[in-house]
Design a protein around this ligand. Structure first.
Ligand code: 6R9
Length: 649
C-alpha cells in the first residue's frame, strides 16, 4: 500500500473555498454543536416557511431521523425558480449525446418551462403528492425534467437504471406500487439501442400479475424506433408536454416529506427501497457538491454517472442544480467512439470539475496514455472518484496523466443510504494519499468497531460505523421500517453500520477496504451475491448456486459462480453460456457472471451453511491459505473445487 502523500496543490489552494484551518474549525463545531452548525447551513436552500427545529434523530429503538422537521420547501423551486432572476439564461444542463455530434444546452429558464409542462402533464393524468412514479430512462435531459417535475408536485420518484431487465423493473414497480411510468422508446449507448419501451411493456405485464397495475406510461421519443402502442395507457411525451401549460406552482413540501426511493442491493433478499426525504437531503447534497468539488460560480461540472444510481441523483441533478451550476449530462460510454471520448468532451465543453468511477479510470488506463495526451484538458481543476476503492496505481495515473499533477483528486466515499458524500478530501485543504478517502465531511462521525462491537481507537482496522446522524441520511426502507432497523442499526446497537471494512492510519485518515458483507462491487455497481444466486437457481438446470467476488483488473470485482446442477445435466460451455444469458435476463447485463464453475457439491458446515470464506479463496486462486476446513460436513468437496477452479493465475 502506498504511503506516498501529495501536498496541497498551490493552484487548488489559491482558489479553495476551505483551507485546512477552516476545515478543522468547522468540523469541530459541527460535532460539538450540530444544531447550530446545521441550523446555519440549512439556510443555503430556500424555505417557504423556515424551520425552527434542526435535528431530532435517534439511532436506537424505533430509529427516527428528522431534520428541519417543521420547515417547508420544494426541491424543484430550489433547483430552478430561485436561479431565474440571476441566471435565467445560464446553461443549467449541458447535454452531450452518445453521438459526438449530438449536444444540447438547456438554460435555467428553459428548464423551468420544461419541468412545469411535464408537472402539469402528470397532474392532468392524476399523479398526486405522495404518489410513486417510476422513471426508466436513458441519459437525456428529459430524465432530469422527470425527476424535477416529480419534486415540483410532491410525487416520489423511483428511478430504475436503464440497464436493468424487465424482471428487475417489474420488482421495483411492484414494491413501491407505482402507477405512472416515464420511459423512452429506446436508449442509445455506445451506438447500441436499448429497448426501454419494450422492456417497460414486459415489466408492466409482470407487475400486473403481482397485483400492481400501471395506469399510464409517458414515452419520450429518443430514437423514433418502432414500439408497440397501447392507446388507453401510453402517452407521447412530446405531444402531451407541448399541449400543457408552461407554468406550475411548486407544492409546499415538509422537510420530511419523501423525495425519492432508490433500490439498492443488500446482503440478503430483494433490493431495498432506500427512502430519502426533502429538506435534509437537499441541504446535504448541495453543501457537499460545493465544498467537496470546490465548486465556484461559472464552473462547468461533469459527473459521468447515470441517473439510475445515487451518484446521478445527488451529483448530476440535485446538488449541482441547487447550487445554480452548469451540469453536464452524458448519454454515452467512456470508450465510444474511442477511449479518448471523456477527454474530448472535457476539451469541447471546457469542463472544470470531473467526477467518475475507478472502473472507468482503470479501463481508460489500460487503453493507453496516447488517448489522453492528444487532448489539452487545460480547463480541469478538480478530479473526483466514487463507487469503489481506487487502487493507488489507478489513482496515480488519474493524478499524473489525466490531471498532469495540477488537480487534486477527491476520493469520495459514500453510499445510496447516505444521500451524499461522507468521507472525502477537500481540494486545497486536505493533503492527499493515493487510495485513501481521507477525512470525514462536516458533521460526520466515523467509528471503527471489531466483530464484537468493541470500539477501536487510533490506528486500527475494523468495521465502519457512523455514530450520529447527518442531514442526507436515508430515513427508512420504503414500506419496511423494521428491515431498516435490522439492516443498519442492529449489528452494532445504536450505530449506523455501513457494511464496509475500513482502516484508520496514523494521521486519522480513513482507507475503505471494501464490503464485509455478501455484497460485491462490480464496476462500481453494488450487487447482492444472493440476488445472482437466486437468478441462477431459477434456471431449470441448476439445483444450487453460491456466488462470490474475486479481484478483477478493470471491474474491481468479478462475479464467480459455483453451480451445482440437477441430476442428468451436463456442465459444458453451452450451459455456461445459457446461464450467463439467463442471469442477464433476470437482472441485467451488469450482473453477467464472469466465471462459472460446475461443482458437484459446495463446502458446507454440518448445519448446512455454505462456507463462503473457502469459496472466496478458491475464486481468488489463493487456496494455499484456506484456513480451517475441519468443520466441513464433507471436506472432500474442497479438493474437487480446487482442481476445477476457473481462475488459475
Ligand atoms: C455512492 C455509491 C456504496 C458502496 C460503499 C462502498 C463502495 C463507494 C467508495 C467506495 C471505497 C470509495 N464505495 N465509494 N469504496 N472508496 N470512494 O457508490 O453508492 O452504489 O450505494 O455503493 O460502494 O463499498 O458501501 P452505492
Amino acid at each position: 500500500m502506498s504511503q506516498k502523500t501529495h501536498e496541497i496543490l498551490n493552484d487548488a489552494k489559491s482558489r479553495a473555498l476551505i483551507d485546512d484551518e477552516t476545515y478543522q474549525n468547522w468540523y469541530q463545531e459541527s460535532i460539538r454543536d450540530p444544531e447550530k452548525f446545521w441550523g446555519e447551513h440549512g439556510k443555503r436552500i430556500h424555505w417557504f416557511k423556515p424551520y425552527t427545529k434542526v435535528k431530532n434523530t435517534s439511532f436506537t429503538g424505533d430509529v427516527a431521523i428528522k431534520w428541519f422537521e417543521d420547515g417547508l420547501t420544494n426541491v424543484s423551486y430550489n433547483c430552478i425558480d430561485r436561479h431565474l432572476e440571476k441566471r435565467g439564461d445560464q446553461v443549467a444542463i449541458l447535454w452531450e449525446g452518445d453521438n459526438p455530434y449530438d449536444d444540447k444546452k438547456i438554460t435555467y429558464r428553459e428548464l423551468y418551462e420544461q419541468v412545469c409542462r411535464l408537472a402539469n402533464v402528470m397532474k392532468a393524468n392524476g399523479v398526486k403528492k405522495g404518489d410513486r412514479v417510476t422513471i426508466y430512462m436513458p441519459m437525456i435531459p428529459e430524465a432530469a425534467y422527470a425527476m424535477l417535475a416529480c419534486t415540483r408536485i410532491g410525487a416520489v420518484h423511483s428511478i430504475v437504471f436503464g440497464g436493468f431487465s424487465p424482471d428487475a423493473l417489474a420488482g421495483r414497480i411492484t414494491d413501491c406500487e407505482s402507477t405512472f411510468v416515464i420511459t423512452a422508446d429506446e436508449g442509445l449507448r455506445g451506438g447500441k439501442k436499448i429497448p426501454l419501451k419494450h422492456n417497460t411493456d414486459l415489466a408492466i405485464k409482470i407487475a400486473e400479475r403481482n397485483g400492481v397495475s400501471v395506469k399510464n406510461v409517458l414515452v419520450v421519443q429518443r430514437t423514433a424506433g418502432k414500439v408497440e402502442w397501447f392507446a388507453e395507457r401510453d402517452i407521447w411525451y412530446h405531444e402531451a408536454t407541448a399541449a400543457a401549460e408552461p407554468e406550475c406552482k411548486p407544492e409546499e413540501m415538509n422537510a420530511e416529506d419523501p423525495l425519492f426511493i432508490l433500490y439498492t442491493s443488500g446482503s440478503t433478499g430483494k433490493p431495498k427501497g432506500v427512502l430519502h426525504t426533502t429538506g435534509g437531503y437537499l441541504v446535504y447534497a448541495s453543501m457537499t457538491h460545493e465544498y467537496v468539488f470546490d465548486y465556484h460560480e461559472g464552473d462547468i461540472y461533469w459527473c459521468t454517472a447515470d441517473v439510475g444510481w445515487v451518484t446521478g441523483h445527488s451529483y448530476i441533478v440535485y446538488g449541482p442544480l441547487a447550487n445554480g451550476a452548469t451540469t453536464l449530462m452524458f448519454e454515452g460510454v467512456p470508450n465510444y467512439p474511442s477511449p479518448s471520448r471523456f477527454w474530448d468532451v472535457v476539451d469541447k465543453h471546457k469542463v472544470n470539475i470531473f467526477y467518475t468511477a475507478p472502473t472507468a479510470i482503470r479501463a481508460l488506463m489500460g487503453a493507453g496514455d496516447h488517448h489522453v495526451r492528444k487532448s489539452s484538458r487545460n480547463s480541469l481543476r478538480t478530479l473526483g472518484s466514487v463507487g469503489e476503492p481506487i487502487n493507488p496505481e489507478a489513482w496515480e495515473w488519474y493524478y499524473n496523466v489525466v490531471g498532469e499533477q495540477k488537480c487534486p483528486i477527491v476520493d469520495t466515499w459514500w453510499q445510496t443510504e447516505t444521500g451524499g458524500i461522507l468521507i472525502t478530501p477537500l481540494p486545497g485543504a486536505t493533503r492527499l494519499k493515493p487510495g485513501s478517502a481521507t477525512r470525514p465531511f462536516f458533521g460526520v462521525q466515523p467509528q471503527l468497531v471489531d466483530g464484537d462491537g468493541n470500539v477501536l481507537e487510533g490506528t486500527a482496522e475494523g468495521n465502519l460505523c457512523i455514530i450520529d446522524s447527518w442531514p442526507g441520511q436515508m430515513r427508512t426502507v420504503y414500506g419496511d421500517h423494521e428491515r431498516f432497523i435490522q439492516t443498519y442499526f442492529s449489528t452494532y446497537k445504536g450505530k449506523y453500520f455501513t457494511g464496509d471494512g475500513c482502516r484508520r492510519d496514523e494521521d486519522g485518515y480513513y482507507w475503505i477496504t471494501g464490503r464485509v458483507d455478501d455484497v460485491i462491487n462490480v464496476s462500481g455497481h453494488r450487487m447482492g451475491t444472493a440476488e445472482v444466486e437466486s437468478a441462477l437457481v431459477s434456471h431449470d438446470a441448476v439445483s444450487e448456486a453460491a456466488v462470490v467476488g474475486y479481484p478483477h483488473d478493470v471491474k474491481g470485482q468479478g462475479i464467480y459462480c459455483y453451480v451445482t446442477l440437477m441430476e442428468g445435466q451436463k456442465g459444458d460451455d453451452a450451459l455456461r453460456k445459457a446461464l450467463v444469458a439467463h442471469v442477464r435476463n433476470e437482472i441485467g447485463p451488469i450482473a453477467s457472471p464472469d466465471k462459472i464453475q460446475f461443482s458437484p457439491g459446495l463446502p458446507k458446515t454440518r448445519s448446512g451453511k455454505i462456507m463462503r470464506r473457502i469459496l472466496r479463496k478458491i475464486a481468488e486462486d489463493e487456496f494455499s491459505a484456506l484456513g480451517d476446513t475441519s468443520t466441513l460436513a464433507d471436506p472432500g468437496v474442497v479438493d474437487d473445487l480446487i482442481s476445477n477452479r476457473q481462475n488459475k493465475k
